[in-house]
Design a protein around this ligand. Structure first.
Ligand SMILES: [Zn+2]
Length: 307
């Protein structure tokens, strides 16, 4: 049955009312529910527009309840991943698209971070629902990651070209850290769309503030000491070994040389943004070995070479 979202609001008003007034509110609420229930049985209205979204409060961060999105479905799996995106479009066009009204390209997202001087956070889909943001995707042993993740879209036309503002990074830190805490997410499971759709997606791009966020405790990053130690010794740069290490960290690659090159690019876009060329050089190997050392319990778990 269609559940009118404003019932929640009326109930909240009721709870805010003085105890003396509550009996009156309660009878009004019951009558309204009954009327709506009977009305709903007679002719269930078709859901043309998604209902505005309500969700958990965030400390120190104001979340605006957005217009909702039809690009969502009931969640069947616990949240284990947080996926970051850039919108590749303006705020108005992105908000329009993310309402999932196009039946041929139904998309959705949990949160949108705007590109205004004081970025706002707009909630489109509640965390209790799965949103259609990841598409064809895989990480470690998981595939079809919409069901396993929370998605955040950041307004940016191309995060490989245009930087993210300091203010956006600050808002992202507040938003992500609370989601991570609430769902007890592991650092290596805070990923970019390009990490989980290798060769298909390039967002949120090499300009995304991964290292800054990681320094504040959001997401994974190798220890500088380990990277330096690795660079000071001989390293195995063989493609087979690097593929195994990428797999051990969580990356899911297509077979063959192009698949590996896309994997190296995705890794570099996240962890070596200064040079994204798909070449397995010493620095790239040193970074991945240091990551595996710091996080020995990565998603794929012990199937491949450990440094
Ligand atoms: Zn994306």
């Amino acid at each position: 049955m269609f559940y009118p979202y404003f019932l929640g609001e009326i109930w909240e008003l009721h709870m805010l009312a003085s105890p003396r007034m509550r009996p009156f509110h309660r009878s009004y609420y019951s009558a309204l529910c009954l009327t709506l229930f009977l009305g709903g049985c007679a002719s269930a209205p078709e859901l043309k527009e998604a209902a505005p979204v309500r969700g958990p409060e965030f400390t120190g961060l104001r979340i605006e309840d957005g217009p909702g999105s039809l690009g969502s479905e009931p969640r069947k799996h616990p949240v284990t991943l947080l996926v970051l995106h850039h919108t590749a479009g303006s705020l108005p066009s992105s908000l329009d698209k993310l309402q999932g009204k196009d039946p041929k390209h139904k998309v959705g997202i949990h949160y949108v971070v705007t590109d205004e001087p004081k970025p706002r956070v707009i909630r489109m889909v509640p965390e209790t629902m799965a949103a259609y943001h990841a598409g064809k995707s895989a990480w470690g042993r998981l595939v079809g990651l919409n069901q396993h993740s929370i998605g955040i879209e950041v307004i940016n036309f191309d995060g490989n070209v245009y930087g993210y503002s300091e203010a956006q990074a600050e808002v992202l830190f507040a938003l992500c850290s609370e989601i991570i805490r609430r769902h007890d997410l592991r650092p290596w499971n805070v990923v970019g769309h390009s990490d989980i759709s290798v060769g298909r997606k390039i967002d949120p791009g090499s300009k995304f503030p991964w290292s800054k966020l990681a320094s504040l405790g959001v997401g994974a990053w190798p220890l500088a000491y380990d990277v330096r130690m690795n660079l000071g010794r001989e390293l195995d740069l063989s493609p087979e070994r690097f593929r195994s290490m990428l797999k051990a960290y969580g990356y899911v690659l297509e077979a063959g040389e192009p698949g590996l090159k896309h994997g190296v690019e995705a890794f570099q876009r996240h962890f070596r943004p200064g040079k994204v060329d798909g070449c397995i050089d010493r620095e790239t190997v040193a970074l991945l070995e240091a990551l595996l050392r710091r996080y020995p319990e990565t998603t794929a778990g012990g199937e491949a070479i450990r440094p």
